[in-house]
Design a protein around this ligand. Structure first.
Ligand code: NAP
Ligand code: MN
Length: 269
């Protein structure tokens, strides 16, 4: 079994990475940056987002796992003092060639410009904002007009991203076993001219949402931690990515709702 480690670049994460390399050697795990079977992220959830985007061309064959060297992460759910346990469990999986993983849905966007269509994937969310003005955009759902949006922007998240930006926007937390994307508003302006639904909505698989920004608007597009400014966008279609999921290696049970409780509510009962 081949693996790679992506770390945040701070001293603690680098030291932990070196410890991990030593711990897995006896199990015959081989370091391979180009075609790993497992990618270990050491840092924060942001580090795992980097790892995901580095390997998004090979999601079929790669399982991700994360150690957090900051606060409890959603993706990085192993503690630094559990590195030996993680290395042993991973080593045993390598010996038995038996890797258990869960598959979580992703959001796919198709950006249409005058020059064609570009496709992108996000693990947490994709957002659209105006640069010099508020965003003005028409939203269509399954090719039917839905609303005219005016405001700071629109956030379209995956279930695993529902605990990130989406949560700050008052969106619901969605279990990653549901193949859905959530559309949440970022400070919409509501008056007699501009009227939006106000609530966030969930779209199931096979539904799609098209956003048509007002022509010639300068747009700030984000995909997870990546930001791109564009002025050539005709429309953006979002949907649950078809046939593409992210795999997270599971070496022990850590249910999603326990992670939600530990991250946002605390340990007290
Ligand atoms: P960042 O500014 O460090 O991220 C903001 C926070 O979100 C960090 O505490 C990060 O954890 C946490 N986070 C990331 N993914 C999460 C998830 N799936 N569930 C719960 N918390 C999560 O920037 P970053 O590390 O590059 O992460 C980019 C993400 O930041 C974006 O995908 C977006 O979701 C989020 N964001 C949030 C807001 C907001 O809430 N107002 C605004 C912009 C972006 P770590 O510290 O462990 O990295
Ligand atoms: Mn971060």
């Amino acid at each position: 079994m081949k693996y790679n480690v992506i770390n945040r670049g701070d001293d603690i994460s680098i030291e932990l990475m070196n410890t991990f390399h030593e711990l897995v050697k006896p199990y015959g795990l081989v370091l391979d940056e180009t075609e790993p079977d497992i990618v270990l992220s050491i840092g924060g959830d942001g580090t795992l987002l980097h790892a995901f985007h580095r390997y998004k061309h090979a999601l079929d064959h790669i399982a991700f796992v994360g150690i957090h060297t900051g606060r409890l992460g959603f993706f990085a759910d192993w503690k630094p003092d559990e590195v030996e346990q993680l290395a042993r469990l991973m080593g045993e999986c390598a010996l038995e060639n038996d890797l258990r993983a869960v598959n979580y849905p992703l959001v796919e966007i198709q950006i249409t410009t005058q020059n064609g269509v570009e496709t992108e994937l996000a693990l947490n969310e994709f957002t659209l904002k105006g640069v010099d003005t508020t965003l003005v955009a028409e939203l269509r759902i399954n090719d039917e007009p839905f609303e005219t949006f005016r405001g700071d922007g629109i956030c379209i998240s995956t279930p695993s991203g529902s605990t990130a930006y989406n949560k700050s926007l008052g969106g619901a937390i969605v279990h990653p076993s549901l193949d859905a994307i959530q559309i949440a508003e970022i400070a919409s302006i509501n008056n007699r001219v501009f009227r939006t639904l106000g609530s966030s909505i969930l779209l199931p698989k096979h539904h799609h949402c098209d956003i048509y920004p007002k022509a010639q608007q300068n747009i700030l597009l984000s995909l997870d931690h990546l930001y791109i400014q564009r002025n050539d966008i005709v429309s953006i279609r979002s949907m649950v990515a078809a046939g593409k999921k992210v795999k997270f290696a599971r070496f022990r049970p850590f249910p999603f709702w326990s992670r939600v409780r530990e991250a946002f509510i605390g340990f007290e009962r």
